[in-house]
Design a protein around this ligand. Sequence first.
Ligand code: ADP
Length: 454
Amino acid sequence: MFKKILIANRGEIACRVIRAAKELGIKTVAIHSEADKESMHVTMADESVCVGPASASESYLNIPSIISAAEITGADAIHPGYGFLAENTYFAEVCESCGITFIGPKRSSIEKMGDKIAARQLMIKSKVPVVPGSDGPISADDPNIYKLAEKIGYPIIIKATAGGGGKGMRVVVSQEALKNSIIMAQTEAKANFGNPDVYMEKYIEEPHHIEFQILGDSKGKVVYLPERDCSIQRRHQKLVEESPSPFISESLRKKMGKAAQSAAEAVGYITVGTVEFLVDKNMDFYFMEMNTRIQVEHPVTEIVTGIDLVKEQIRLAAGERLSFDSSAIKIKNHAIECRINAEDPDKDFIPSPGKIGKLYLPGGPGIRVDTHVYSGYTIPPFYDSLIAKIIAYAPTREETISKMSRALKEVIIEGIKNTASLHAKIMNNEYFHEGNICTDFLPKYVFNNRNSEE
Ligand code: ADP
C-alpha cells in the first residue's frame, strides 16, 4: 500500500480523497494555487505545497510543478480527482516515468476512451451498442454530408471527438442548418479542446442518461455496480443524479451492466471508471462514452452499495484484487444527489463567485454533504462552480425525495447565488415524483421551454 498520496486537485474532491487516504492510514499532500491557500483541502492534508498562481494552467495543470511537489514531499502516488489532469495521458506517463503511481487506469485505457470516435469503433468491435452515427470525423465540405445525415435521420447531434463537459455539441433538426452547425461545432471544439474534429450521431429524443460504475483489478477482473440516472441536466451537464434509476428494470440493469463490463474489459481497465449510455423510450440503450476517473456523482453509488469507491480506487491502484462480484451487490437504499453550484439559476446559470457569509449546510438522518466551503470562505472565480453535493438516502425513492426537500430547506448560503432553490423546485415537481425524467426535463418541465436552457 502507498505511504503518501499527493492529491492533484482542489475543492470537494480533494477533501474526499484526503478523507479516504486518512482512513487507510496513508499520509496526504495537498497542492494549491496562490488563490487557494485558505482552502479546506490545504487545512485537511498533512502537508501542502503551492504549485503556482491562480490560473489553472499555471497551477493545477502545471505538470512540472506538481511532479516536483510529489518528489520533494516523497509522495509515492498521485490521485488526480476529476477534471484538471485526471484524463491526461501525458501526465499519467510522466508519473509512471518518475516512479510515482498514477491512481487511475493505464495510459492506454485513457487514450482509447479519450477519443470518442475511436471509442465508438472499439465498442462496435466489442458488440456494445452505440448511437448510429458517422464512422469518423465529418467536414462541412464533404459532398456526401447531406446523404450521411439523411441516412442517420434528423434530428442529429454534432459532437466533438475530444469533447467533455457538454461543450462543442450542436443539435441539427434539418439540412438547412447542417453545414453551419458543423463549422460552429468545429470552432467550439478547437477553442475548448485544441482539436477541431467533430462527428455526427443520431439525436436520441427525450433519453435517459444512465451510467454504470465499473471497477477493474490488475488481474483482469471487472465488476459493475447498479446504475446512476443522471437525466436531470442543464446544457448537457448533470445537476441531479440518483440510484437506482426509476426507469430501469432488473433485467435491463443486468444487460446494460454486462455491456459496461465488456466496454471496460475491451480496454483492460484498472481502478474505477464509468460507462455512460443513453436509453430511449423503447428501452434500447446506446454507449455514449467512458469516463476514466472517479466522478462527481460517485456518492450515490457508495450509498446504495455500501462500497467506498475512493478507497477501492486507491487499493486497486496499489495492486490489490477485487474481492466481490457484481452478482453479490444488493441495492440497499435509494440515493439522490443535488449539485449545489455557485451560479444564478435565474440568470442562465451565470457563475457567482465571492465571499460566503452565513453558511448552514443540512444534516440529520439520511443526509450526506460533501463540500469544501465554510463560512467566510471566498469562492475564487478561476475554477468550477461546484460548492457542495447534498446526498439524501432512504429505503424508497419517495422518502428520499422528501428527505432532500427537507434538507434543501435547511440550506443557508449568504453572499452568493446558488442552485439550491432550483433543486427545491425539481424535488417538488410532479413529473420528477413520477420518475418521468429525461435529459430535456429542465427546459421542458421546470423552465417551461424557456429558450435560455438550450
Ligand atoms: P460530454 O463528454 O461533453 O459530457 P457526452 O457524450 O457524455 O458529452 O454527452 C453529454 C450529454 O449530452 C448527454 O447526457 C445527453 O444529454 C447529451 N447527448 C449526447 N449525445 C446525445 C445523443 N446522441 N442524443 C441525445 N442527447 C445526447
